[in-house]
Design a protein around this ligand. Structure first.
Ligand code: DC
Length: 227
């Protein structure tokens, strides 16, 4: 896998609650790279579509709205049209809405150039569903990060508990499986492992080990051209 862009990209895709966001951010911090949380963009579009009352069958109106949004990432905080929405888009409801808008081809197209604009010196770690397959097919390293559904549901449960939000593990598991189903079955840019991506199953692995593995692969591919 050889990068044809000036700056290296590490693409990390995977299903919901697999831990890819945490791993991607830590890898980016370690390398001093930029970080793209593409799921946040779909969550923002979902959030804005509810705020502006645009139904999901209005693909063109959603695309127009998407292009007009003023989105800013400042450190760990996310702003939409100058309003801080960091936590507002992290709910289960917004995850499901993001998955629904993500199935609309006009929305995906409207987010294309914004996602590509995150690639700047010295490099980028991008996480999502189609980073390796569609947005950055030239990525020097592609990782498909996953974990079993029950482990992912347990991780989500713990995250919510730590935030003081009560949740039911069976409901979480059901929502997560529904989201997996929609993300993998949609026609446009479905969630799948790119043929040249490396599988990282973190079911029995802590975050630190997963980060070390990605960094090891990156050092190897940078030096030797392959893993
Ligand atoms: O990574 P996340 O859970 O924040 O993503 C929320 C939803 O957004 C996910 O279920 C599907 C959609 N999404 C997408 O379609 N493509 C991406 N690259 C990232 C997310």
């Amino acid at each position: 896998m050889v990068s044809d862009s000036t700056f290296p990209v590490i693409a990390i895709d995977g299903p919901t609650a697999s831990g890819k966001g945490t791993v991607a951010q830590l890898v980016a911090n370690h390398l001093g790279f930029h970080y793209l949380d593409s799921g946040a963009l779909y969550r923002i579009v979902g959030f804005a579509s509810l705020q502006k009352n645009i139904p999901l069958d209005q693909g063109l109106a959603l695309a127009k709205m998407t292009q007009s949004l003023q989105i800013e990432f400042k450190g760990n905080n996310i702003f939409l049209d100058n309003q801080e929405i960091t936590e507002l888009i992290r709910t289960e409801e917004m995850g499901l809405r993001a998955s629904a808008v993500g199935a609309i081809p006009e929305v995906r197209l409207a987010l294309l150039s914004l996602q590509k604009s995150f690639l700047k010196a010295p490099g980028l770690v991008a996480d999502g569903r189609d980073m390796a397959t569609v947005i950055f097919p030239e990525a020097i390293l592609k990782v498909f990060l996953t974990a079993s559904a029950i482990i992912r549901a347990e991780r989500r449960f713990k995250q919510l508990k730590n935030k003081g939000i009560s949740a039911n593990i069976d409901t979480l598991l059901g929502d997560l499986l529904a989201r997996d189903e929609r993300d993998t079955q949609r026609k446009d840019a479905p969630l799948c492992q790119a043929i040249d991506a490396h599988l990282l199953d973190t079911s029995n692995m802590d975050v630190e080990k997963a980060v070390q593995k990605v960094l090891f692969w990156y050092q190897k591919v940078s030096k030797e051209g392959s893993i």
